[in-house]
Design a protein around this ligand. Sequence first.
Ligand code: SAH
Ligand code: DHB
Ligand code: MG
Length: 210
Amino acid sequence: MDERLARYTTELFAGEDEALAAIRSRHASEGLPDILISAEEGKLIHVLLRAVGAARVLELGTLGGYSGVWIARALPATGRLVTIERDARHAAVARRAFAEAGVADRVELREGAALEWLAQLPPGFDAVFLDADKENLPAYFAWALRLLRVGGLLLCDNAFFAGAVVDPDASSPAVEGVRTFNQLAAADPRLVATIVPVRDGLVVGVKVTD
Ligand code: SAH
Ligand code: DHB
Ligand code: MG
């Protein structure tokens, strides 16, 4: 999206409070990669979760907890976000973020590789947000559809992967993972989906049948 329009949207609709701003700036001070979602993407995810009345949400790729706070704040007090993070240093920063944002009681942070945790989760999630490694996206697609309830939301960050999906010279395992995921999301009869061109592209889909 055009930088000025992203700023316009953020200023009008997606202003960060102190907690979110502190989490964002901690990525630089703690040396975490600058790959967190944007405020307008966070607000979009938050609105979508409220629209489906989400109470149980699964996230792959916690990083410093920024997207997790946008998600957790969309849930009722009895709601739960299960978020999975492989990097122990990232997880430690995220725990602090959830505590400071006052949502720690609604968040279960699981440390380890996503594929190992996925096999242990009970189905019935209202939404799944995929934002971890891109190589495993085809496997994450299969797990997400297994774990989502009918009417649940499938959300996946980096649908454009900085434009690499349409670059004929790009063929890394990560790019291929994103391309394959997008093709699956577009064609699977259990899902109705599209890409919202916010930041790096967000796949938004609804599971319509088992
Ligand atoms: N959702 C976050 C950004 C996530 S960045 C936000 O917007 O705030 C991607 C994260 O996924 C990184 O922290 C990385 O350590 C983690 N990750 C990468 N591969 C993973 C895997 N296989 N299992 C779990 N986490 C993984
Ligand atoms: C990358 C990963 C992300 O999840 C993201 O939002 C931006 C970049 C990356 O691996 O380059
Ligand atoms: Mg991402």
